[in-house]
Design a protein around this ligand. Structure first.
Ligand code: DGY
Length: 324
Protein backbone atom coordinates (compact mmCIF):
# COMPACT_ATOMS: atom_id res chain seq x y z
CA UNK A 1 0.00 0.00 0.00
CA UNK A 2 1.31 3.48 -0.89
CA UNK A 3 1.83 5.95 1.96
CA UNK A 4 -0.87 8.61 2.21
CA UNK A 5 0.14 12.25 1.84
CA UNK A 6 -1.69 15.54 2.01
CA UNK A 7 -0.71 18.51 -0.16
CA UNK A 8 -2.17 21.46 1.74
CA UNK A 9 -2.18 24.08 -1.06
CA UNK A 10 -2.30 24.12 -4.84
CA UNK A 11 0.84 22.81 -6.55
CA UNK A 12 1.87 22.18 -10.17
CA UNK A 13 0.66 19.20 -12.20
CA UNK A 14 4.13 17.67 -12.42
CA UNK A 15 4.45 17.83 -8.62
CA UNK A 16 1.23 15.85 -8.22
CA UNK A 17 2.22 13.39 -10.95
CA UNK A 18 5.55 12.71 -9.26
CA UNK A 19 3.91 12.28 -5.87
CA UNK A 20 1.22 10.00 -7.29
CA UNK A 21 3.95 7.66 -8.55
CA UNK A 22 4.96 6.97 -4.94
CA UNK A 23 2.07 7.98 -2.70
CA UNK A 24 -1.68 8.01 -2.31
CA UNK A 25 -2.22 11.78 -2.68
CA UNK A 26 -4.94 14.04 -1.31
CA UNK A 27 -4.47 17.57 -2.61
CA UNK A 28 -6.13 20.86 -1.80
CA UNK A 29 -6.00 22.14 -5.39
CA UNK A 30 -8.87 24.49 -4.50
CA UNK A 31 -6.10 26.34 -2.65
CA UNK A 32 -8.21 27.74 0.20
CA UNK A 33 -5.92 27.74 3.27
CA UNK A 34 -7.00 24.99 5.68
CA UNK A 35 -7.73 25.99 9.26
CA UNK A 36 -6.21 24.01 12.13
CA UNK A 37 -9.26 21.77 12.50
CA UNK A 38 -9.38 21.05 8.76
CA UNK A 39 -5.68 20.32 8.69
CA UNK A 40 -5.91 17.99 11.70
CA UNK A 41 -8.88 16.16 10.18
CA UNK A 42 -7.14 15.59 6.86
CA UNK A 43 -3.83 14.64 8.46
CA UNK A 44 -5.27 12.11 10.89
CA UNK A 45 -4.58 9.18 8.51
CA UNK A 46 -1.57 10.61 6.61
CA UNK A 47 2.11 9.66 6.70
CA UNK A 48 3.27 12.87 5.05
CA UNK A 49 2.30 16.48 4.53
CA UNK A 50 3.57 18.84 1.84
CA UNK A 51 2.76 22.20 3.34
CA UNK A 52 3.51 25.88 2.92
CA UNK A 53 4.28 28.84 5.15
CA UNK A 54 0.55 29.53 5.51
CA UNK A 55 0.10 26.25 7.41
CA UNK A 56 0.86 26.24 11.11
CA UNK A 57 2.32 22.86 12.07
CA UNK A 58 2.57 23.04 15.84
CA UNK A 59 2.85 20.62 18.75
CA UNK A 60 -0.89 20.38 19.23
CA UNK A 61 -1.44 19.47 15.59
CA UNK A 62 1.27 16.80 15.36
CA UNK A 63 -0.05 15.21 18.54
CA UNK A 64 -3.30 14.61 16.65
CA UNK A 65 -1.50 12.94 13.70
CA UNK A 66 -0.21 9.60 15.03
CA UNK A 67 0.98 8.27 11.65
CA UNK A 68 2.82 11.38 10.48
CA UNK A 69 6.41 10.70 9.40
CA UNK A 70 7.36 13.78 7.40
CA UNK A 71 6.48 17.47 7.22
CA UNK A 72 7.81 18.87 3.97
CA UNK A 73 7.64 22.65 3.69
CA UNK A 74 7.52 24.32 0.27
CA UNK A 75 9.76 27.15 1.48
CA UNK A 76 13.24 27.66 2.77
CA UNK A 77 11.91 29.45 5.87
CA UNK A 78 10.21 27.12 8.35
CA UNK A 79 9.07 29.33 11.19
CA UNK A 80 5.54 27.96 10.58
CA UNK A 81 6.69 24.58 11.91
CA UNK A 82 7.49 23.59 15.49
CA UNK A 83 10.55 21.51 14.61
CA UNK A 84 11.22 20.50 18.23
CA UNK A 85 7.66 19.15 18.58
CA UNK A 86 8.13 17.17 15.36
CA UNK A 87 11.49 15.80 16.51
CA UNK A 88 9.93 14.72 19.81
CA UNK A 89 7.55 12.55 17.76
CA UNK A 90 10.22 11.34 15.33
CA UNK A 91 8.69 13.31 12.47
CA UNK A 92 11.16 14.46 9.82
CA UNK A 93 10.98 18.12 8.78
CA UNK A 94 12.34 19.36 5.45
CA UNK A 95 12.57 22.63 3.53
CA UNK A 96 13.65 23.82 0.06
CA UNK A 97 17.00 25.61 0.30
CA UNK A 98 19.13 26.51 -2.72
CA UNK A 99 16.57 26.55 -5.51
CA UNK A 100 15.24 29.99 -4.60
CA UNK A 101 18.41 31.92 -3.78
CA UNK A 102 18.75 33.79 -7.07
CA UNK A 103 15.07 34.65 -7.50
CA UNK A 104 14.87 35.93 -3.94
CA UNK A 105 18.06 37.96 -4.40
CA UNK A 106 16.60 39.42 -7.61
CA UNK A 107 13.51 40.54 -5.72
CA UNK A 108 15.57 42.19 -2.97
CA UNK A 109 17.38 44.07 -5.72
CA UNK A 110 14.09 44.95 -7.40
CA UNK A 111 12.94 46.55 -4.16
CA UNK A 112 16.25 48.34 -3.70
CA UNK A 113 16.22 49.87 -7.17
CA UNK A 114 12.50 50.63 -6.99
CA UNK A 115 12.78 52.49 -3.67
CA UNK A 116 15.92 54.37 -4.75
CA UNK A 117 14.18 55.63 -7.90
CA UNK A 118 10.72 56.04 -6.30
CA UNK A 119 9.05 53.68 -8.72
CA UNK A 120 5.67 53.44 -7.00
CA UNK A 121 5.32 57.22 -6.78
CA UNK A 122 6.39 57.96 -10.33
CA UNK A 123 4.30 55.23 -11.89
CA UNK A 124 1.29 56.48 -9.93
CA UNK A 125 1.96 59.96 -11.30
CA UNK A 126 1.89 58.73 -14.90
CA UNK A 127 -1.08 56.42 -14.47
CA UNK A 128 -3.18 59.13 -12.87
CA UNK A 129 -2.54 61.44 -15.83
CA UNK A 130 -0.71 64.05 -13.74
CA UNK A 131 2.61 64.07 -15.57
CA UNK A 132 3.19 67.50 -17.10
CA UNK A 133 6.49 66.74 -18.84
CA UNK A 134 10.23 66.68 -18.11
CA UNK A 135 11.67 68.88 -15.34
CA UNK A 136 15.25 69.02 -14.11
CA UNK A 137 14.36 68.57 -10.45
CA UNK A 138 11.53 66.13 -10.93
CA UNK A 139 11.33 62.94 -8.89
CA UNK A 140 14.93 63.01 -7.75
CA UNK A 141 16.02 59.66 -6.39
CA UNK A 142 19.28 58.36 -4.99
CA UNK A 143 22.04 56.38 -6.67
CA UNK A 144 22.46 52.69 -6.03
CA UNK A 145 25.77 52.46 -7.86
CA UNK A 146 28.81 53.28 -5.70
CA UNK A 147 26.61 53.40 -2.56
CA UNK A 148 27.24 51.26 0.53
CA UNK A 149 25.15 48.11 0.71
CA UNK A 150 24.70 46.57 4.15
CA UNK A 151 23.51 42.97 4.33
CA UNK A 152 22.26 41.62 7.63
CA UNK A 153 22.40 37.82 7.27
CA UNK A 154 25.05 36.44 4.92
CA UNK A 155 23.71 32.99 4.11
CA UNK A 156 23.15 31.78 0.56
CA UNK A 157 20.60 34.49 -0.32
CA UNK A 158 22.67 37.24 1.34
CA UNK A 159 25.64 36.12 -0.74
CA UNK A 160 23.57 36.11 -3.94
CA UNK A 161 22.53 39.69 -3.13
CA UNK A 162 26.17 40.69 -2.56
CA UNK A 163 27.24 39.07 -5.84
CA UNK A 164 24.87 41.33 -7.75
CA UNK A 165 26.39 44.40 -6.07
CA UNK A 166 29.71 43.79 -7.84
CA UNK A 167 28.15 44.94 -11.08
CA UNK A 168 26.96 48.17 -9.45
CA UNK A 169 30.35 49.05 -8.00
CA UNK A 170 28.91 49.11 -4.51
CA UNK A 171 30.83 48.90 -1.27
CA UNK A 172 29.43 45.84 0.51
CA UNK A 173 29.49 45.38 4.27
CA UNK A 174 27.69 42.61 6.11
CA UNK A 175 26.88 41.30 9.54
CA UNK A 176 26.21 37.67 10.34
CA UNK A 177 26.18 35.51 13.46
CA UNK A 178 29.39 33.97 12.19
CA UNK A 179 31.80 35.56 9.78
CA UNK A 180 31.84 33.85 6.37
CA UNK A 181 35.02 32.22 5.03
CA UNK A 182 37.76 34.57 3.84
CA UNK A 183 37.60 33.30 0.24
CA UNK A 184 33.86 34.10 0.09
CA UNK A 185 34.46 37.59 1.50
CA UNK A 186 37.15 38.09 -1.08
CA UNK A 187 35.05 36.83 -3.99
CA UNK A 188 32.15 39.08 -2.98
CA UNK A 189 34.38 42.00 -2.00
CA UNK A 190 32.37 42.08 1.22
CA UNK A 191 33.67 43.34 4.56
CA UNK A 192 32.48 42.10 7.93
CA UNK A 193 31.03 44.77 10.24
CA UNK A 194 29.48 44.88 13.70
CA UNK A 195 25.70 45.32 13.70
CA UNK A 196 25.84 48.96 14.84
CA UNK A 197 28.54 49.74 12.31
CA UNK A 198 26.37 48.19 9.61
CA UNK A 199 23.37 50.28 10.67
CA UNK A 200 25.43 53.47 10.77
CA UNK A 201 27.18 53.02 7.43
CA UNK A 202 24.72 51.35 5.04
CA UNK A 203 22.97 53.52 2.46
CA UNK A 204 20.85 50.45 1.71
CA UNK A 205 20.25 47.86 4.41
CA UNK A 206 18.91 44.50 3.24
CA UNK A 207 17.67 42.03 5.85
CA UNK A 208 18.24 38.38 5.11
CA UNK A 209 18.02 36.63 8.48
CA UNK A 210 15.46 33.87 9.11
CA UNK A 211 12.64 34.64 11.53
CA UNK A 212 12.90 33.08 15.01
CA UNK A 213 12.27 34.25 18.57
CA UNK A 214 15.88 35.52 18.50
CA UNK A 215 15.32 37.67 15.41
CA UNK A 216 11.86 38.95 16.40
CA UNK A 217 11.94 42.76 15.99
CA UNK A 218 15.66 42.68 15.27
CA UNK A 219 15.02 46.04 13.63
CA UNK A 220 12.93 48.21 15.93
CA UNK A 221 12.79 51.90 16.89
CA UNK A 222 16.26 51.83 18.46
CA UNK A 223 17.95 50.23 15.42
CA UNK A 224 16.09 52.50 12.98
CA UNK A 225 17.47 55.52 14.86
CA UNK A 226 20.99 54.11 14.49
CA UNK A 227 20.64 53.90 10.70
CA UNK A 228 22.38 56.43 8.50
CA UNK A 229 20.13 59.44 7.83
CA UNK A 230 18.68 59.03 4.36
CA UNK A 231 19.14 55.25 4.37
CA UNK A 232 16.75 52.79 2.74
CA UNK A 233 15.63 49.54 4.38
CA UNK A 234 14.73 46.42 2.42
CA UNK A 235 12.95 43.48 4.04
CA UNK A 236 12.34 40.49 1.81
CA UNK A 237 13.01 37.79 4.40
CA UNK A 238 10.18 37.45 6.95
CA UNK A 239 7.66 39.66 8.67
CA UNK A 240 8.39 40.00 12.37
CA UNK A 241 12.12 40.61 11.82
CA UNK A 242 11.09 44.27 11.64
CA UNK A 243 8.80 46.04 14.10
CA UNK A 244 6.36 47.35 11.49
CA UNK A 245 4.81 50.01 13.73
CA UNK A 246 8.28 51.41 14.51
CA UNK A 247 9.16 51.35 10.82
CA UNK A 248 6.02 53.27 9.88
CA UNK A 249 6.97 55.90 12.48
CA UNK A 250 10.54 56.12 11.12
CA UNK A 251 9.28 56.48 7.55
CA UNK A 252 6.78 59.13 8.64
CA UNK A 253 9.18 61.30 10.63
CA UNK A 254 12.05 60.91 8.15
CA UNK A 255 14.37 58.88 10.38
CA UNK A 256 15.05 56.84 7.24
CA UNK A 257 14.33 57.76 3.63
CA UNK A 258 12.32 54.81 2.37
CA UNK A 259 11.62 51.09 2.63
CA UNK A 260 11.04 48.27 0.19
CA UNK A 261 8.98 45.50 1.75
CA UNK A 262 7.97 42.07 0.53
CA UNK A 263 7.05 40.68 3.95
CA UNK A 264 5.02 41.98 6.87
CA UNK A 265 3.84 41.22 10.36
CA UNK A 266 0.43 39.49 10.30
CA UNK A 267 0.37 38.75 6.57
CA UNK A 268 -1.84 39.27 4.68
CA UNK A 269 -3.42 41.86 7.03
CA UNK A 270 -0.49 44.24 7.01
CA UNK A 271 -0.40 47.37 9.12
CA UNK A 272 -2.62 49.88 7.21
CA UNK A 273 -0.12 52.62 8.08
CA UNK A 274 2.03 51.40 5.18
CA UNK A 275 -0.70 52.00 2.62
CA UNK A 276 -0.73 55.78 2.89
CA UNK A 277 3.05 56.25 2.91
CA UNK A 278 4.61 57.46 -0.33
CA UNK A 279 8.14 56.35 0.57
CA UNK A 280 7.48 52.60 0.56
CA UNK A 281 7.43 50.06 -2.21
CA UNK A 282 5.24 47.10 -1.26
CA UNK A 283 5.08 43.63 -2.79
CA UNK A 284 2.98 40.69 -1.51
CA UNK A 285 5.58 38.11 -0.36
CA UNK A 286 6.72 37.21 -3.87
CA UNK A 287 10.46 36.86 -3.23
CA UNK A 288 10.70 33.40 -4.77
CA UNK A 289 7.76 33.77 -7.10
CA UNK A 290 9.02 33.09 -10.58
CA UNK A 291 7.50 30.19 -12.45
CA UNK A 292 10.75 28.23 -12.65
CA UNK A 293 11.59 28.75 -8.98
CA UNK A 294 8.16 27.93 -7.59
CA UNK A 295 8.08 24.78 -9.74
CA UNK A 296 11.53 23.83 -8.43
CA UNK A 297 10.46 24.49 -4.82
CA UNK A 298 7.34 22.33 -5.13
CA UNK A 299 9.31 19.50 -6.75
CA UNK A 300 12.05 19.72 -4.11
CA UNK A 301 9.42 19.45 -1.38
CA UNK A 302 7.81 16.47 -3.13
CA UNK A 303 11.19 14.72 -3.45
CA UNK A 304 11.95 15.37 0.21
CA UNK A 305 8.63 13.82 1.24
CA UNK A 306 9.02 10.76 -1.00
CA UNK A 307 12.59 10.16 0.19
CA UNK A 308 11.39 10.24 3.80
CA UNK A 309 8.47 7.92 3.12
CA UNK A 310 10.38 5.27 1.19
CA UNK A 311 12.79 4.92 4.06
CA UNK A 312 15.60 7.18 2.95
CA UNK A 313 17.08 10.33 4.39
CA UNK A 314 15.59 13.35 2.60
CA UNK A 315 18.21 15.69 1.11
CA UNK A 316 16.99 18.73 3.02
CA UNK A 317 16.35 17.26 6.44
CA UNK A 318 16.21 19.92 9.17
CA UNK A 319 16.16 17.57 12.16
CA UNK A 320 18.72 14.82 11.43
CA UNK A 321 18.48 13.65 15.05
CA UNK A 322 15.28 11.75 14.15
CA UNK A 323 17.11 9.38 11.78
CA UNK A 324 20.13 8.68 13.97
C1 DGY B 1 10.57 30.94 1.64
O1 DGY B 1 10.98 30.03 0.92
O2 DGY B 1 10.79 30.98 2.84
C2 DGY B 1 9.77 31.99 0.96
O3 DGY B 1 9.42 33.03 1.82
C3 DGY B 1 8.53 31.36 0.35
O4 DGY B 1 8.19 32.08 -0.73
Amino acid sequence: MKPKVLVTREVFDETLQYLAGHCDVESNQGDMPLDTAGLARRLADKAGVICSLTDRIDGELVQRCPGLKVVSNIAVGYNNIDVAACSARNIMVTNTPGVLDDSTADLAWTLMLATARRLTEVEGNIRSGQWQGWQLKQWLGVDVHHATLGILGMGRIGQAIARRALGFDMRVIYHNRTRVAADIEQRLAATYAGKDELLAQADFLILQVPYSPQTHHLIGACELKKMKPGAILINSTRGGVVDDAALIQALTDGTIRAAGLDVFENEPRLNPGFLTLKNVVLTPHIGSSTEATRRAMAMTAARNAVAALVGGVPPNLLNPEVVR
